[in-house]
Design a protein around this ligand. Sequence first.
Ligand SMILES: Cc1cc2nc3c(=O)[nH]c(=O)nc-3n(C[C@H](O)[C@H](O)[C@H](O)COP(=O)(O)OP(=O)(O)OC[C@H]3O[C@@H](n4cnc5c(N)ncnc54)[C@H](O)[C@@H]3O)c2cc1C
Length: 276
Amino acid sequence: MKAAVVGAGVMGLATGRALKHRGHDVVVYEQFEPGHKRGSSHGRSRIFRLAYAEEEYVRLAQEALGLWRQLETETGETLLELNGLLEIVRSLDQSTAATLEACGVEWHRLDREEAERRYPIRVAEGSFAVLQPEAGIVRADKALATLARGLDVRYETRVHPDELAADVVVVTAGSWVNELLDDPLPVKVTRETVCYFRPENGRPIPSLVSFKPDSHTHDMYSLADPVHGLKVGAHHAGPEVDPNEPGEPEARLIEQIANWARETYRLAEPEPVAAE
Ligand SMILES: Cc1cc2nc3c(=O)[nH]c(=O)nc-3n(C[C@H](O)[C@H](O)[C@H](O)COP(=O)(O)OP(=O)(O)OC[C@H]3O[C@@H](n4cnc5c(N)ncnc54)[C@H](O)[C@@H]3O)c2cc1C
């Protein structure tokens, strides 16, 4: 079968690789250059975790863990770096512990002192950490390069599904999806800001999330960055934008992120070393 994939983010490249492995003739089309920063998949790291509040997401993440490990074995690349995920909570109900238990995923409760001993973090009085050890980061840029290996990817080629001579077209166009579909999906496009910090040396950087009061929704998130040490973002906090318009980091989000990073981590420098 001739298959075309529109979009070479992580979803399109993973789809292309899976189709090729099943023996199909695959071309992936990407409107921008490799490593471009206009979509969602660029950069050096993303949180990988099994810790979700919904059981179906935990099961999917468990399957994904096996597939990342398989990709590492097939290619000789190290893509996952698992220093653990910490959920900083005020009660166990607020964490994903019940779902993890139901899915047979290892987790531990760390009291405030123990969490601060193991990691360069500060935990507020009255809070504690739920540690999910089989979590951490996926090396995002390495993952894209690894998934693209051996695939026919046509960069700087903007296409519409209707113009492609293929038996099947898979649309993995991220923020641009509604430019390509007859029936629009309920997608809201936002431009998110992330900042990078230099943490104190010596102890491992976990992935760490905090929650909005009385909810399972992430408020702030942080993770290891292979260059600066620490990456921090505010979950779904950016303004709604047109994905075709390039933009800059938001000053108000840089301030919010920096305040949270200073409260949550032991930093070598209090200000962000970079923002994007
Ligand atoms: C700031 C931020 C932090 C995140 N952190 C995490 C995290 O820690 N952990 C996690 O699991 N997830 C995280 N995510 C989510 C994750 O990164 C995304 O779910 C994932 O990258 C989506 O990949 P994608 O391939 O669907 O989209 P994209 O990476 O946006 O890829 C879509 C591609 O389609 C291309 N395209 C669009 N239209 C066309 C066209 N007509 N022709 C050709 N090409 C086209 C685009 O140029 C783009 O490259 C984060 C997302 C953001 C924005």
